[in-house]
Structure formats: C-alpha cells, structure tokens
Design a protein around this ligand. Structure first.
Ligand code: PLP
Length: 448
C-alpha cells in the first residue's frame, strides 16, 4: 500500500476564506461548496493536474470530486488545454454560426442513441428548463411528474423535495409531504408538480393512473445521483417508459450526471431506454460550462423560429471555445472503440471493491453503492439505500462528513456531503485507487 499523504495546516485557505466572506455569501458562489458543507471552512484550491489538486497552503490531494463530475478527463488534460487555447487565441466566442458547434453536434448525435438533433446551452439547469418547456408545448399539458430526492437544477418547478429531511417530515409514499427547497417560489408553481417516490413500482402505477393523462412530462435521473448513488431497481426505468408512453407523457431522462460517463450514449444506452428528451451537462463540457437537450427532430423542430415556436435564446449558447473542447473531449471518449469507458468502469469497480474490503476489515457498518465511475459510501446497518426515504432515515450523514474530513487530512479531496458521490475520471488509475484505499484504511482507524 502506498504511503498515506498527510496534509498540513490550511492557514492560508482559512485566511482567504475569511476575506472571501466579506464579498461573497458564504465565501463561495454555490452553497454546495461553502462552509455549510465543508464546515468549518472549505479547502481553497489553486491548481490541478490529472487527478491531483493543490490548495493555497501547498497541500496536495487526489481529487475524487472532479468539479461535481464535470472533469471527465481530469484536470488540465493536454488535448483539452490545446483545444481551449487554440479556440481562445482565435476569438473565444462569436455568437454566430461556427464550424465548432457542428463538430460538437456531429460527435454528440453519433454517440447518444436518441439524439437526432441537439440544442446546446450553458448549464444542466438550462437544459432541464428547456426540456420541460418543449414537453409542455408538445403535449399542450402543464403538469410534471417529479420524483422525491431527484435534483434537476435550480429552476422553480424542480425544487420540491430535492433535499433530505428527517423521516418524520416526509409523509407517506401514498401522500408524500411536499417540501420546497427554496424560498421565493410562488406556491402555485407546485400546483403543476406531481411528486412521487422513486424506485417504487406500486406508487408509480398509482400516480400514473391518477395523473397520467394530465402530465406533460415525467423527469427522472437514470441513476439517482443527488442522494449519493442509487441505481434503479431492475425494470423500473422500463416500467416508467411503458407507462409514460401509454399516457402520452414525454419521458425526460436527465443525464446531466450520467451522460458521457457510463457509456458513449449514457444510461439510455446502458439500460436500453429510449427517452423522448434527454438532458446533459457536466462531463459533456470536460470542465467548461455546458448543457444540452437532445431528442428526435420532430420534438426539437419546435425550436425553429415561427408561430408557436418554443423560445430558447442565449448569448452564450454553443459557446465557441466550449464547443471545441466538447469536440476534443468526445473524440477522446470515442477513441479506440470507447476504451475510455472501459477504463472508467474498471477503475471505479476497483475502488468500490477495495473500499468494501476496507470497511469489512474494520468491522464498519457501511455500504459502498453504485458501479463503475460513480459510487457513494453510506454508513448504515442496512444492506442498501434504495431510495430517498432510505437515505433520509438510514444514512448516517454526520459520520460520513467525519469520514471525509479525515480523508481530506489524508490527501483525498472529496465533498463531505453524503448527497454527492465519488467520481472517477479517465485520468484516474491504479495509483489513485491505492491512495484512496490507504487513506480510507487510516481514516477508519482514526474514526474508531
Ligand atoms: C441530475 C442533475 N440535473 C441537473 C443538474 C443541474 O446542472 P447545473 O449545475 O449544470 O445547472 C444537476 C447538477 O448537479 C444534476 O445533478
């Protein structure tokens, strides 16, 4: 086993964070990076290369968060640096038609099975916003089926039960308590949202029976990635596809996390599902802001200018530099008949198997859930965390945060939030897995 890397004081990080808080709320630009998660203060990162990042105090970490999954090729991959630098040198963005956006679209549509056409935007949130608007325009219906614990970005109608809460507050699976995640959203927005537990066949049948004919869309993450990592039960996504088709409801597969990570065509390829619309972000941009909505031409044609069009503007849509990066990144992913995906899978599976052994050796009650490039650790006496309700009731989030803080002190960079998940990039390999297992072993001893 390699030597565990002990990180030293974070004095400069702490000082910097104090200053940042004078101008930036919580010292950051998104609460998932601030002190509420990284209590008492986040690690302030300065540079990265491959799988390694360095903080302001010069501490070095192996990164398993990878910008919440955006960095599919790790930090500063030479091909990505080249594509971005060349684009930048010629002019970062023209907001015009460019060869770069066609190069990105051609690769994208070749890889994603349901993509006859694609519309690029700037974030996953923009993509899910647009998908819902397209679905409403197409069906002439307003309602949306949204599942408990799924996160689809911060657009108003999606912000219902995307955070965890004490089990006593959740209501029953038949009548889930509806808990908005944000102030400032008019209550009437949620009148159009039907909320249901996920991974629950019985509740799915019930909800589709009651509301199916008035739903414009059902949106789902194919693997639940915002309560850790929760795969779908065998046949669940197929059932959802069957019932949505039966009721004329568009199925939006939110592949913002899973896309360009699990397979060339994401989870729709992996699970053999044909969504009506699918949304992408994160890994697609290899570290640059991106979102995309894909689907059949018949649906995306609604974006064409004219009467009854679906409006979607955006100064930065199809950003030239990002499009060149996307094309370069997808080229890397497609090379050698998708060898990158096999590597992602093998590296992730090795990390998962290794962590399971570490916990077993220490007699720690924990499950390591997921497969391949995405997984999460839950400290629990249960044999699995199968849905939002399990996550709220049975995952010891405080213990997980202590575990991750112990890892941060041992040279592993990860978010202490149990709701996130571990990310493998194409840059990760055996030595990174070995570093993780060594640090986890030492962290387990320290926690006991
Ligand atoms: C499944 C899913 N959809 C959509 C989004 C929103 O993406 P973005 O943060 O790029 O707006 C996220 C972000 O974490 C996500 O996990």
């Amino acid at each position: 086993m390699p030597q565990t890397l002990i990180t030293h004081r974070r004095t400069r990080s702490e000082q910097w964070y104090q200053r940042a808080q004078e101008l930036l709320i919580e010292g950051v630009n998104s609460p998932s990076r601030g002190s509420s998660v990284f209590s008492p203060a986040p690690v302030v990162l300065e540079r990265g290369r491959g799988t390694q990042v360095w903080d302001l105090d010069g501490n070095q970490y192996t990164d398993f968060m990878m910008s919440f999954g955006a960095l599919i090729h790790g930090h500063a991959h030479p091909a990505i640096v080249k594509a971005a630098s060349e684009a930048l040198a010629q002019g970062s963005h023209f907001a015009s038609s460019t060869p770069a956006e066609l190069a990105a679209a051609e690769r994208f549509c070749r890889m994603v099975p349901s993509a006859e056409a694609v519309r690029f935007c700037n974030t996953g949130t923009e993509a899910t916003m647009l998908a819902l608007r397209l679905a409403r325009a197409h069906t002439g219906r307003n309602k949306l089926l949204k599942f408990e614990g799924h996160y689809h970005g911060w657009y108003d109608p999606y912000l219902l039960n995307a955070h965890s809460h004490p089990p006593g507050k959740l209501g029953t699976p038949q009548a889930p308590a509806r808990i908005p995640d944000s102030a400032g959203i008019p209550a009437r927005v949620f009148d159009d949202v039907v909320l249901a537990p996920w991974n629950d066949f019985e509740q799915l049948e019930r909800v589709m029976g009651e509301h199916g004919d008035s739903l414009a869309a059902a949106i789902t993450e194919p693997i639940m990635a915002n309560m850790g990592c929760i795969p779908p039960r065998e046949g669940y996504l197929q059932k959802l596809r069957e019932l949505t088709s039966r009721h004329g409801v568009l199925l939006i597969l939110d592949e913002v996390v899973t896309g360009f990570r699990y397979a060339p065509g994401g989870c729709q390829e992996l699970f053999g599902i044909t969504p009506d619309l699918s949304t992408f972000g994160k890994a697609l941009g290899a570290g640059f802001p991106i979102g995309a909505v894909a689907g059949p031409r018949s649906l995306l044609e609604a974006l064409r200018w004219g009467d009854n069009m679906v409006l979607h503007y955006g100064t930065f849509n199809g950003h030239r530099m990002t499009m060149q990066v996307v094309a370069a990144s997808l080229e890397l992913l497609e090379a050698h008949r998708g060898a990158a995906f096999r590597r992602l899978q093998a590296t992730g599976d090795a990390a998962i198997a290794g962590l399971r052994q570490v916990f077993a050796r220490h007699g720690t009650a924990a499950v390591v859930q997921g497969f391949g490039p995405m997984f999460q650790v839950y400290f629990t006496e249960r044999d699995a965390i199968r849905d939002y309700r399990d996550y709220c009731a049975y995952a010891d989030k405080a213990k997980y945060a202590r575990f991750v803080h112990a890892l941060l002190e041992r040279g592993i960079y990860m978010s202490p939030s149990n709701g996130l998940h571990w990310i493998i990039s194409t840059a990760h390999g055996e030595s990174d897995v070995a570093a993780l297992l060594s640090a986890a072993d030492s962290a387990c001893s320290a926690l006991q």
